[in-house]
Design a protein around this ligand. Structure first.
Ligand code: FE2
Ligand code: FE2
Length: 303
């Protein structure tokens, strides 16, 4: 039986391509994920941005504008997922789960620190952390704002108000770990890192982003474990599927660059088909582990 322990240096179950293994894959427990966090800990403030500053200064202004939307979506996204996470920490059901969830919250704060430092030292945006967040907000698209300022905040608040509400916890993890991290963030991370490496630019940013991606795989591994446990209850399994059917159209809209045709666009030099296929294949594989079929979900949504 394949073990997720073998996969965590590269990814979580979303990276397994052999579908026959998915239903029986062994998932890491929150205790194992906490211990992995101790081994994979890193520092955002030691990354050297010297080359990045030179690359940014000499970059074609058109590419700088394209990158702004991608980078700002991550900067604001990391700030949002840090500040809206507290309700899930409060909703722990075991000591090991509590330990893991606190590491996830500090990971998200570290990711926001990486971007804040990049915006200050490479983009040269002076002032406070808040000033840089305010500047980055100008680059977002409306679907992103709806997801991160609307749905995420509302569903997080339900957990803060009642941490014992299991349905609220299932909704929150479905949104946060399956959609925001597993579908959107890991897709953006894969394509952006690939692009920077092909172009040979922004090495400090790439170093930080690779470490962020390693953290995100650990987070998504927790979400997959949690939802598989809860999906043993048919009512909760149905609830996860209903939430996904609501969220997938909004997630697809988050991937559209501002002002672009939603039916035909490119992100950097990747086509809409490439980015969407990557995003939804990874979601499909994780849902198979949980016991939910994405294809039948899509059919139900259009019925
Ligand atoms: Fe993050
Ligand atoms: Fe995360």
């Amino acid at each position: 039986m394949p073990s997720l322990l073998d996969l965590t240096s590269q990814g979580d179950v979303g990276t397994i391509s052999d579908e026959s293994k998915l239903a029986s894959v062994t998932l890491m427990s929150p205790q194992q994920l906490y211990e992995l966090w101790e081994r994979q800990n890193w520092q955002s403030h030691t990354i050297d941005f010297t080359r990045d500053r030179q690359d940014w200064a000499s970059m074609d202004p058109a590419l700088r504008r394209q990158l702004a939307w991608n980078l700002s979506s991550f900067f604001i996204g990391e700030e949002r997922v840090t500040t809206q996470f507290s309700g899930l920490v409060m909703a722990y059901e075991s000591q090991s789960e509590e330990a893991f969830l606190t590491t996830q919250q500090v990971d998200e704060a570290r990711h926001a620190q990486h971007f804040n430092r990049f915006y200050e030292q490479v983009l040269g945006i002076e002032g406070t952390f808040e000033d840089r967040l305010a500047r980055a907000r100008g680059d977002l698209n409306p679907a992103f704002v709806e997801m991160f300022d609307g749905v995420l905040v509302d569903w997080g608040r339900r957990l803060v108000e009642n941490p014992g509400d299991l349905e609220a916890k299932v909704d929150f993890v479905t949104l946060y770990h399956m959609i925001i991290e597993g579908t959107l963030a890991l897709t953006g991370q894969w394509f952006l890192t690939d692009y920077m490496e092909r172009m040979g630019i922004l090495p400090g940013w790439v170093e930080g982003f690779r470490l962020i991606s390693q953290d995100e795989h650990r987070h998504v591994a927790y979400g997959t474990w949690f939802l598989r446990e809860k999906a043993a209850d048919p009512a909760l399994k149905r609830r996860i599927a209903e939430r996904l059917a609501e969220l997938i159209p909004l997630a697809a809209a988050v991937l559209v660059p501002p002002g672009a045709d939603p039916n035909s666009y490119a992100i950097l030099d990747y086509t809409m088909e490439e980015t969407n296929t990557f995003a939804f294949n990874a979601l499909h594989r994780r849902l198979k582990v949980i016991g939910i079929d994405l294809a039948s979900l899509a059919a139900a949504a259009t019925a």
